[in-house]
Ligand binder design. Structure first.
Ligand SMILES: [Zn+2]
Length: 112
């Protein structure tokens, strides 16, 4: 659920919860894009988080955000770069990502 995206970490239980929730939101959004807009969008596997290939994880995840934003007419954010060791950057990335998913869910009339 959307609320699970509020806290993001790449380690431990919090990471697992965030990762699962994010994947679920992307899966539901891609399904809704198909049923509501008759559009087939690519679904990338972003759960679990690829800690050993962080760059690919960020790009695949960004692609899903971009595809859906174009379809829904949402001005999206750039989530393709993130230094998880930078707490300030991590905090704003997490907040913007949460908000963008909220916008996408609203545009698709999906539950948070
Ligand atoms: Zn996402």
């Amino acid at each position: 659920m959307l609320a699970d995206l509020i806290n993001f970490s790449t380690e431990g239980e919090e990471a697992a919860r965030w990762s699962l929730a994010n994947m679920d939101l992307h899966r539901r959004s891609v399904a809704a894009a198909f049923t509501q807009k008759n559009k087939t969008l690519a679904l990338y596997t972003v759960d679990p988080i690829f800690k050993n290939d962080w760059g690919s994880w960020l790009l695949n995840h960004q692609q899903m955000h971009n595809d859906l934003n174009v379809l829904l007419g949402i001005a999206g954010n750039d989530f393709s770069e993130l230094n998880v060791n930078d707490k300030v950057a991590l905090g704003s990335w997490t907040q913007l990502h949460f908000e963008e998913h909220r916008q996408q869910l609203a545009a698709l009339n999906l539950e948070e």
